[in-house]
Design a protein around this ligand. Structure first.
Ligand code: SAM
Length: 259
């Protein structure tokens, strides 16, 4: 499997592998013979508590503040492994792709290639600034763009062949999930595909991240005509998320010919 653009970047610049200072789990990463361990179950992670404080006490600017303060405990510091896998095995649709709540945009950059144009969308100016800084000189820079906008009020100029949601569904207020599904329907071509990496599937209270279940997705996607093509455990999940993450692929059931 060819290295991702980001891992390539890490090697040539000889930068230390950037890892989340904490994640939404407990992570152990080895780099330059150093081990970093962060105890960070959702319930016990102080950085997740800080994120919750920022977002819950500042409905309009909480995400921006979390980016400005560097409180980004979800950030993998590299593309999501299953996205790299799907991309490199030719298992992702081509055409136009949307990544809502893209954050630093590693997945946007990872998927972008000749024949696949990827739009990363985030409400935070700081996140978009960071994403652009990290990616503007990459060789595939013609195949992606980053837009600062609110997913719930944004109007794209063209529809998408694929939408990839990872840690966006769990970041929004649960009472916004129907509106999320409505926008997914609005933004996808009739035969477009939605890929949801469903996380965190556990029992913690509160959020963000809010706990999710397959039923939560079905509840809002079925009324929009989406059916799951497949839902499987994500065996490429990073260690600390294993067992709490499922990959769902969804499509709209198109009307059948009566002839
Ligand atoms: C938990 S982070 C996930 C980031 C990225 N998907 C990742 O996995 O690294 C959620 C992101 O959604 C963004 N966000 C929150 N509400 C949004 C909205 N209404 N429209 C667009 N982005 C939003 C936040 O700024 C944040 O970057």
């Amino acid at each position: 499997m060819p290295p991702s653009l980001f891992s390539f970047q890490f090697r040539i610049r000889n930068l230390p592998l950037r890892v989340p200072s904490t994640t939404l789990g407990t992570i152990r990463v080895m780099n330059n013979n150093r081990h970093r361990t962060a105890d960070s179950r959702v319930e016990s992670n102080p950085r997740v508590h800080k994120l919750q404080q920022l977002v819950n006490t500042n409905a309009s600017g909480g995400w921006e503040e979390s980016w400005k303060q560097g409180v980004t405990p979800w950030d993998l510091g590299r593309p999501t492994p299953v996205i790299s896998h799907l991309h490199h095995t030719g298992s992702l649709p081509m055409g136009r792709v949307l990544v809502p709540g893209c954050g630093t945009g590693y997945d946007v950059v990872e998927m972008a290639c000749l024949g696949r144009y990827v739009v990363g969308l985030d409400i935070s100016e700081e996140a978009i600034k960071k994403a652009k800084q990290m990616s503007s000189t990459l060789p595939n820079a013609d195949y992606f763009t980053f837009i600062k906008a609110d997913f719930f009020t944004w109007h794209p100029t063209d529809l998408f062949d694929l939408i990839f949601d990872y840690t966006f569904f769990c970041a929004i207020e649960p009472d916004m999930r129907s509106a999320w599904a409505q926008q997914i329907q609005n933004f996808l071509k009739p035969d477009g595909e939605l890929i949801t990496l469903m996380f965190p599937m556990d029992d913690h209270a509160g959020g963000p991240p809010y706990k999710v279940s397959i039923a939560d997705y079905k509840e809002v996607l079925h009324p929009m005509g989406f059916e799951a093509i497949s839902i499987v455990d994500n065996k490429w999940a990073i260690e600390v998320r294993k067992g709490r993450e499922k990959l769902g692929r969804w499509k709209r059931a198109l009307g059948q010919s009566s002839l």
